[in-house]
Design a protein around this ligand. Structure first.
Ligand SMILES: Cc1ncc(COP(=O)(O)O)c(C=O)c1O
Length: 327
């Protein structure tokens, strides 16, 4: 069969035809290349010569839209700006303007719940390696239906395996770049081996993180434990949970909070283990490498953290930014 060559009009029609059912849940997109917001999923495309596409020279972050508010937007933005600096991508606009564009895109989506993801790219300019050829950095925002996890993750718990996928070196684990190949592979490996997700182990044999979430433990003497942040992504959610854990220490549910190295053996001997992140919130892990964690049932502390998360999105005014929807 001969490969068709399209003129611009035909190409546009093809673009419209090429949307898939999932794109019905892509609600709004901002592109600095258009200089505005669009809501037609068929047009939510990037130029191939954008260095984020063909070189992975881009960074991103995601904030959750809940009840018409962006949860922890400023904390996510702070990490986004840190990532941009590490990736040596300059901002196309001042940070305050980026924040406003995110809020405007959320408003234009008309949605009160979803995910708001934004990217900063070295930008288009050609197919070379150096961003010196780029015409300027580009900024994109997308509002889409949040990835859902099965209810059983919370009621029956999550099963994990130790991943054989090599973890990113510390610098690359700390920058939230668009190079998520190891993160994708850890998840695919876990599914293939009958688990829900995998755990990255660092080159010293210490517990690191999961595919796109952090991992925390409650020891048998009720210490809340998290790995050091030097070689993992500093999760906005787990940083908040570490703060809220102070309340659980005060009420006696936990004895203390410890951030430091956790060996695999220590992790497996914990009373509780949990996955923490913007998408999963807090989910109990009940099995690791086919061995039960604690009594093999979702634990009370993971439950308490999930309840605290729900309370936070309802009441923590210092963690919520209201979206100004059109009347
Ligand atoms: C590799 C990795 N670790 C941890 C996290 C959790 O971070 P957050 O709580 O900010 O979603 C994420 C998600 O962004 C991630 O991609």
């Amino acid at each position: 069969m001969k490969t068709p060559v399209f003129n611009s009009e035909e190409a546009m029609a093809q673009l419209r035809r090429s949307t898939h059912p999932g794109s019905a849940h892509f609600y709004a997109m901002y592109s600095s290349l258009f200089g505005g917001i669009i809501t037609d999923p068929a047009l939510m495309v990037l130029p191939l010569d954008d260095h984020m596409v063909h070189r992975g020279h881009g960074v991103f972050d995601t904030a959750t839209l809940v009840n018409g508010m962006l949860y922890q937007l400023d904390q996510h933005l702070e990490r986004f700006l840190r990532s941009a600096k590490m990736a040596r991508i300059s901002l196309p606009f001042p940070a305050e303007r980026l924040r406003q564009i995110i809020l405007d895109t959320a408003a234009a989506s008309g949605r009160r719940d979803g995910s708001v993801r934004y990217w900063l790219s070295a930008g288009p300019g050609g197919f070379g390696l150096s961003s010196a050829e780029c015409v300027g950095s580009s900024f994109y925002v997308m509002v889409f239906r949040q990835e859902g996890y099965p209810e059983s993750f919370y009621t029956r718990g999550v099963k994990v395996i130790t991943s054989t996928v090599p973890i990113k070196p510390p610098f690359f684990a700390r920058v939230k770049s668009t190079n998520y190949l190891p993160n994708v592979l850890v998840l695919l490996e876990a599914k293939e081996r009958g688990a829900d997700n995998g755990i990255f182990i660092d080159d010293r044999g210490m517990v690191a993180e999961s595919s796109n979430m952090n991992v925390a433990f409650v020891s048998r003497d009720r210490v809340f434990r998290h790995p050091q942040f030097g070689a993992v992504l500093s999760g906005v959610t787990v940083q908040r949970m570490l703060r809220l854990a102070e309340g659980l220490v005060k009420e006696g549910a936990l004895t203390k909070i410890e951030i430091g190295d956790i060996t695999v053996a220590e992790g497996k001997a914990a009373a509780e283990m949990m996955l923490v992140g913007s998408s999963i919130k807090v989910a109990p892990v009940v099995e690791w490498d086919h061995q039960p964690i604690g009594d093999g049932k979702p634990g009370p502390i993971a439950r308490k953290f999930l309840d605290l998360w729900h309370e936070d999105i309802r009441r923590a005014t210092d963690q919520l930014v209201r979206v100004a929807y059109p009347e």
